[in-house]
Design a protein around this ligand. Structure first.
Ligand code: PXG
Length: 289
C-alpha cells in the first residue's frame, strides 16, 4: 500500500506523521470518506467541495487547489492499483506545540490520502435489515460544532456508537438538541410513508450526506416524492420503511427501531428499488482513473 502524505508516497510501514500534529493532539482537522467503483471515483467533486467547505469554516488553509486535490486522489488510486476502493482524505492543522493555538502550526497543514480495499458489511445485513436504537448522546449543536464540518473530532458520534453497542445494536439514531431525529453515527436516515420519502433537513444538525443527496437525485429522476422535513421518533416508528445512507454503508435497510418493528419487518419495496438504482448510479457515474 502506498500512502500519500504531503505530495509524496510512502509504504504503509513508513507512512508516519509527527506526534505533535494537531490532528492527533486536538482533533484539529477535516476529513472525507470517498469510494471508487470500477475505476471511477463516485461524486469526487462533491467530496472535495465539502472538504474545502469544512476547512473554510475552521480557517484551515489547504495547501492544494481543488483541482490539485482531485489529481492527488486519482494518483493515489493509480499508485495502489485499486479498481474498487475506499479513500480516506485527511487534512490536519499540522505540526504545532503543546497548546491548542493553531497559529503555532507554522509548517502548515498535513494532507494524507489513504486508499484501501473496502470492508463491505455482511451481505446478511442488507438482506435482513438492521436493528437500531435511539441513544442518549444528542448530535453536536450546529451553533457549537456544526455537523456540516466533517472534522477529525468524531467523539460525539463515537459516544453514540458505544451506546448503540451497549444496547446490543449496530447503529444509533442521534437526536438533535430539540429531540428531533438528526442522523446516525456515520449515515443519514430516511423513512418512507405512503410512497413519500422523508429525511431530516441539514440545518438542524444533520450532515448533508453525499449519498443522501444521491437518493434525493434519484427520487427527482424517478418522480418519487421526497421531502427534507423534521422527523420525530414517532414518525420513524410508524413509517412503512426506513433506511440509512452513507459512503461506507451505501444504502442499508432498517427493520427495527427502539424495539418497534418497521413496516413488514423486512427491507421494503421502495428501499430495495432505491438500492438497485443507487448501484446503477455508482456503476456509471464518477471520475475515471
Ligand atoms: N452523517 C455523518 C455524521 C457522517 O459522518 C454521513 C452522515 C453520510 O455522508 P456521506 O457523504 O458519506 O453520504 C457521514 C459520513 C467512516 C466514514 O469511516 C464516515 C463517513 C463517511 C465515510 C466513512 O466512519 N461519514
Amino acid at each position: 500500500m502506498k500512502v500519500y502524505i504531503n505530495g509524496k508516497f510512502y509504504d504503509k510501514e513508513n507512512a508516519k506523521i509527527s506526534v505533535f500534529d494537531h490532528g492527533l493532539l486536538y482533533g484539529d482537522g477535516v476529513f472525507e470518506g470517498i469510494r471508487s467503483y470500477n475505476r471511477r471515483v463516485f461524486k469526487l467533486k462533491e467530496h472535495i467541495d465539502r472538504l474545502f467547505e469544512s476547512s473554510q469554516s475552521i480557517m484551515l488553509k489547504i495547501p492544494l487547489t481543488r483541482e490539485q486535490m482531485i489529481k492527488a486522489v486519482v494518483s493515489t488510486l493509480r499508485a495502489n492499483k485499486l479498481d474498487n476502493a475506499y479513500i480516506r482524505l485527511v487534512v490536519s492543522r499540522g505540526e504545532g506545540g503543546l497548546g491548542l493555538d493553531p497559529r503555532k502550526c507554522y509548517k502548515g497543514a498535513t494532507v494524507i490520502i489513504i486508499a484501501d480495499k473496502i470492508d463491505l458489511y455482511p451481505e446478511k445485513l442488507y438482506r435482513n435489515g438492521l436493528s437500531i436504537v435511539t441513544v442518549p448522546t444528542v448530535r453536536n449543536l450546529p451553533e457549537a460544532l456544526n455537523p456540516q464540518i466533517k472534522s477529525l473530532n468524531y467523539l460525539n458520534n463515537i459516544l453514540a456508537k458505544i451506546e448503540a453497542g451497549n444496547a446490543g445494536c449496530d447503529e444509533a439514531i442521534m437526536l438533535d438538541s430539540l429531540g428531533y431525529v438528526a442522523e446516525c453515527t456515520a449515515d443519514n436516515i430516511f423513512v418512507a410513508k405512503n410512497g413519500h420519502l422523508y429525511t431530516p433537513p441539514q440545518c438542524m444538525g444533520t450532515l448533508r450526506g453525499i449519498t443522501r443527496d444521491s437518493i434525493l437525485e434519484i427520487a427527482r429522476k424517478y418522480k418519487i416524492p421526497a421531502h427534507e422535513h423534521v422527523i420525530t421518533r414517532h414518525e420513524v416508528y410508524i413509517s412503512d420503511e426506513c433506511f440509512l445512507t452513507g459512503t461506507a454503508a451505501e444504502i442499508v435497510p432498517v427493520v427495527k427501531v427502539d424495539g418497534r418493528i418497521i413496516g413488514a419487518g423486512k427491507p421494503g419495496k421502495l428501499t430495495l428499488s432505491l438500492m438497485k438504482k443507487f448501484k446503477e448510479l455508482t456503476s456509471k457515474d464518477g471520475v475515471r482513473y
